[in-house]
Design a protein around this ligand. Structure first.
Ligand code: G6P
Length: 611
């Protein structure tokens, strides 16, 4: 949440900052702002999108080869011009941008008020700007030391970039729990919350670690800890192409990412499946392999769509690998008193690898002695670094706020893990194992077939775009798919939607069914097929409208329902990879037809770095 960018070098900073903010807008779009250092610091900020900021800046002084920029997802203080970042300290010495939360800001604010400071915004960030300035003035020290002392008094999370009006040759950056990447150019440095604003300028990056402070001049970078211990920067090569973060002709990132799924799933299993050798190789798990295979219990922790992938994982691990699984929201897990043992395997699933609750839950599990594995999409992200071992999904950057290709890539990894354990424990025969590998290899092509029939999804969307409620039902592994379908619809189209286990419908939701309520039923041919057919009949008996996702060739359900969407046949363990696709597309087209901002739905952000 909140995107931050910075530049120091010989070029004009403004275009680099604006482009960077556009790339990071998925992290928050309540307001945007930039500060440019050109003899003096000029700050421009505006409620709304980056485009509103650009309109506002037109005709103003945008010179400066040092600058910082911010796009905000509001935590403290409503979205407004005054609460927008950057924030400047009372006497104008420090201007800062911040991603995260200063938890003890209220105490700090009271102390600063007693020292004569007053505040123009309601933000915790302005408190930090004034704290740094107060230390700088009262302790007669330099900017770097003032920043480090201030940060030692702060409780909370921050990705922070600071410029000082009295030390005009540098940018100071710091990180704790909120991500920050530095790109290394020739006599120039780029800073950003993730690598997407940096990729077109350089492929050499440094990911800051917690408690790192960077003092950056255009031709020098010094990395140290808050406590002043000098650190050796770990320069990494960025594995990201520019085309991966552009729309490439699609109307929205979400649509592009839905259509990328044949490719992203293939990239996720590429080099890891070997049908000839009867092998699945997940290199990131080698040193925990025995623990994983012999685990008595797996705890899966995640948020949002990643949590739904975790629920699919529960079916897979229990069914194929016969390991007991608990799936928990990271936010609930961390505030219970969960029973964790040293034998437990904890799997944290996160597209961004930065979700604050998931990170905190990982910490808790590690402290209790569990072995923690990560399934992350973003390479080098905090979760991928905090976990003992893990598997990257290789879905490529996901920019649409509603997660699509990350979900199917996560399910692909969970499937490979469950199959690998099942084979190692000889719970499935070689024939079944190789059959599953072949089926998994065929999934991209089968998704391609679903995507070819794209028109049927927009036709259905046209009919139901004005619905006010929708119900999604599934049984077994299709239940998390129902949850995911409902989440997609509600988050991008603002239609209230609920996902339910089909059998539970009788315990409440059935009361909602009438002739206006679309009920999406995932009714593929598996062991609960007959039961789901009964559930469909129960809906139809109450005049409900049924849109059924069925297995190709099913002519029983076709006669009973209003719309059928046929998906190719596959092994029941893999079917969620196919049945999810129509639900993504129906939600997408409904949202487009309702005029919603599909890629940046209201109030949401892609990377939730505050709890
Ligand atoms: C936000 C995003 C969702 C995502 C969830 C968890 O709510 O909008 O798309 O599923 O965070 O994020 P993670 O990066 O941990 O998967």
């Amino acid at each position: 949440m909140c995107g931050i960018v910075g530049y120091i070098g010989n070029k004009n900073a403004y275009p680099i900052l604006i482009k960077g903010l556009q790339r990071l807008e998925y992290r928050g779009y309540d307001s945007a702002g930039v500060a440019l250092l050109n003899g003096q610091v000029n700050v421009y900020k505006k409620k709304g999108k980056v485009s509103d900021l650009e309109d506002y800046i037109t005709g103003q002084d945008i010179r400066g080869t040092i600058g910082i920029g911010h796009t905000r997802w509001a935590t403290h203080g409503e979205p407004s011009d005054v609460n927008a970042h950057p924030h400047t300290s009372q006497n104008g010495t420090f201007t800062i941008i911040h991603n995260g939360i200063i938890e003890n800001y209220s105490n700090l604010k009271n102390s600063l008020t007693e020292q004569g400071y007053s505040f123009v915004s309601e933000t915790d960030t302005e408190v930090l700007a004034n704290l740094i300035e107060y230390i700088y003035r009262t302790q007669e020290t330099n900017a770097e030391i003032a920043v480090r002392i201030a940060l030692s008094k702060v409780v909370g999370a921050y990705g922070l970039v600071i410029i000082c009006n009295e030390e005009k040759d540098k940018i100071i950056a710091a990180r704790k729990s909120s991500p920050l990447v530095i790109g290394l150019g020739d006599d120039e440095y780029f800073l950003a919350s993730d690598a997407t604003p940096i990729v077109e300028y350089t492929d050499r990056v440094i990911y800051l670690n917690n408690d790192d402070v960077a003092i950056i001049k255009k031709d020098e970078l010094i990395l140290k800890t808050i406590k002043n211990d000098i650190l050796e920067p770990n320069v990494q090569k960025l594995d990201l192409g520019l085309s991966e973060i552009e729309k490439n002709g699609f109307d929205h990132f979400m649509l592009k990412e839905i259509f990328e799924q044949p490719r992203s799933i293939r990239d996720t299993f590429r080099g890891r499946l070997n049908a000839e050798k009867n092998e699945i190789r997940l290199g990131g798990l080698y040193h925990v392999y025995d623990q994983l295979v012999n685990a008595k219990r797996i705890i899966i922790l995640a948020c949002g769509t990643s949590w739904h992938a975790g629920l699919v994982g529960e079916y897979l691990f229990e069914d194929l690998a016969r390991i007991q699984v608990e799936v928990d929201y990271a936010s609930e897990f961390r505030y219970r008193n969960p029973v964790i043992s040293e034998e437990d395997i904890v799997i944290a699933i996160s597209q961004s690898g930065e979700t604050a609750d998931t990170l905190a839950a990982i910490q808790l599990a590690k402290e209790a002695g569990a072995t923690v594995l990560g399934i992350c999409n973003v390479v080098g992200s905090s979760i991928s670094r905090e976990t003992h071992a893990g598997v990257y999904t290789h879905a490529g950057p996901e920019i649409g706020v509603a997660s699509t290709k990350a979900f199917t890539a996560q399910v692909t990894v969970l499937t490979m893990m469950a199959m690998m354990i099942a084979r190692e424990k000889q719970l499935i025969s070689v024939e079944k194992f190789t059959g599953l590998i072949k089926e998994l290899e065929d999934i991209p092509e089968k998704i391609g077939k679903i995507l070819e029939n794209n028109d049927q999804f927009s036709d259905i969307a046209k009919i139901y775009k004005d619905a006010t409620n929708a119900l999604y039902l599934g049984r077994g592994v299709s239940y998390p798919v129902a949850l995911e379908g409902a989440l997609k619809l509600k988050e991008i189209s603002y239609i209230h939607a609920e996902g339910y286990p089909a059998a539970e419908m009788k315990h409440g939701p059935i009361a909602l069914i009438d002739e206006n309520m679309p009920v999406v039923v995932i009714a593929i041919k598996d062991s609960s097929y007959d039961k789901i057919v009964s559930n469909i009949q129960e809906v139809k008996a109450r005049n409900g409208i049924v849109i059924a996702i069925v297995t190709e060739g099913d002519d029983t359900i076709e006669k009973m329902v209003d719309h059928v969407i046929a998906i190719p046949e596959t092994d029941p363990s893999l079917v969620s990879l196919l049945s999810t696709i129509p639900l993504q597309l129906i939600a997408y087209y409904i949202a487009v037809m309702r005029g919603c901002n599909v890629d940046q739905p209201r109030n949401l952000a892609k990377s939730v770095t505050v709890e």
